[in-house]
Design a protein around this ligand. Structure first.
Ligand code: AMP
Ligand code: ZN
Length: 116
């Protein structure tokens, strides 16, 4: 059994605010929301990051993106959202289980990143 925070959430060993689940992905509210809508979509299978995916993960990756818009709309971001996948040290990834951040409104999310 992998000792991973998000794997424990998928297995129900740690509580989460689940908003969506299918056979490939699981979505729940971020514990420290940065915008009114802040949802994480993760693969049910442990995949550490986008640096660790293989061809066998393509159906999961497709699903991860395909469900994002409906999840955003159902959780209050009815006119768009921003999807972010932080990857590795340079990307600022803190939890080593692949996750798509869905950040949304109702108001605009704001600038993408600070200009250097
Ligand atoms: P990242 O920096 O891209 O790895 O993002 C990790 C995200 O996981 C952060 O936005 C955290 O607030 C969120 N997070 C950490 N622990 C939990 C938890 N137990 N339940 C929900 N979200 C969490
Ligand atoms: Zn994991």
């Amino acid at each position: 059994m992998i000792d991973c925070l998000f794997c424990k959430i998928v297995r129900g060993e740690i509580p989460s605010g689940k908003v969506y689940e299918d056979e490939l992905v699981y979505a729940f509210r971020d514990i420290h929301p940065l915008r009114p809508t802040h949802i994480l979509v993760i693969p049910k299978k442990h995949v550490a990051s986008l640096a660790h995916v293989g061809p066998e993960d393509e159906p999961m990756l497709g699903r991860l993106l395909a469900v994002a818009h409906d999840i955003a709309v159902e959780n209050g971001s009815t006119d768009g959202f921003r999807g972010i996948i932080n990857t590795g040290r340079i990307g600022g990834q803190e939890v080593p289980h692949l996750h798509l951040h869905i950040l949304g409104g109702p108001g605009p999310v704001g600038p993408m990143v600070e200009r250097e």
